[in-house]
Design a protein around this ligand. Sequence first.
Ligand code: FNR
Length: 384
Amino acid sequence: MSPILEINDLKNRARRRVPKMFFDYADSGSWTEGTYKANENDFSKIKLRQRIAVDMTNRSLKSTMVGQDVAMPVALAPTGLTGMQHADGEILAAQAAEEFGVPFTLSTMSICSLEAVAEKTKKPFWFQLYMMKDRDFIANLIERAKAVGCSALVLTLDLQILGQRHKDLRNGLSAPPKFTPKHIYQMATRPLWCLGMLRTKNHSFGNIVGHAKGVSDLSSLSSWTAEQFDPQLNWNDVEWIRNLWGGPLILKGILDIEDARMAARTGADAIIVSNHGGRQLDGAPSSIEVLPSIADAVGDQIEIHMDGGIRSGQDVLKAKCLGAQGTYIGRPFLYGLGADGKAGVTKALEIIRHELDVTMALCGKRDINSLDASIIYPPQGLQN
Ligand code: FNR
């Protein structure tokens, strides 16, 4: 077996182990996938300043995100259907993150429920919330997140309506998945994946099924999700959530300076500069392109995080230099999970940590918290 040296190696292995429709679900963006690709490509336009003959001993990657200690400033992003990349996917990823010392964020659209993940982990994890029209369901979900001890709430604001991903439509993937003979064939060619699925009880959307009104099984879930994302979501709802939750609140999906200013006024603890991994507004700029202008505008009022396109420790370093206190990875950990379960997620984190550490040293820096734009070109990033 070829060695796993970079995130792309995990991606190639996941492609061989995960049924095509679920691999494609992770490896896809909306419409032309232009924004999805730009997220990755734009990182390579930023260059690093090499330094020599400086003391590179005693380096530290330790930092904080919303005041919580992290082994490095990289959290696992919320991703739906993670339990379809690998059986018990959310539990395994949460365990890997916990052992590594970085936050894991459980999606509203996860397969394993809040309670199932809490039962198999020791430390608090984060929870991501989608605003649904059924506010009683939302209030109850927040209570459940509190009851299991979640230590931050990530409120996603960029999915009031769904972006369209051609790959999912071509593969006939729906939420919940409905299996045709073609799907069954795809799964049968991935025996290890099938074996895991046969062994687990976590097959349905555990945060929703049995909790939302009228959703008792997978078939009733389909119509519920289709009509529940709230197109009327507004800043008053954010305030309602903030009061109900009462803990650290992170607003996800900010890509515009005006929205960043509004978000800063809500009293939330952090914003995530994000275009949902290129899965919503195709044609929107990459996250790394807009990060510096948003950090300039509101960085003194609210903590700035970013995600989208991070595939290496070098990318994390560039985001740090351009104003992000913390970053998130979505696909890199999903590829790890698909490739090798919990060990694969750990591998993804190890790869990024090693790359981040060595890059920082070769740029002449020893403390991740001391990084600034003086070690990149152009120093203002890609903004005009
Ligand atoms: C996502 N993302 C996402 N975001 C969110 O707030 N709730 C969710 O349920 C999901 N689901 C989801 C599924 C899959 C398969 C992907 C790839 C992404 C977006 C995610 O949190 C994050 O913003 C991006 O994944 C970051 O980009 P990278 O790291 O994947 O390039």
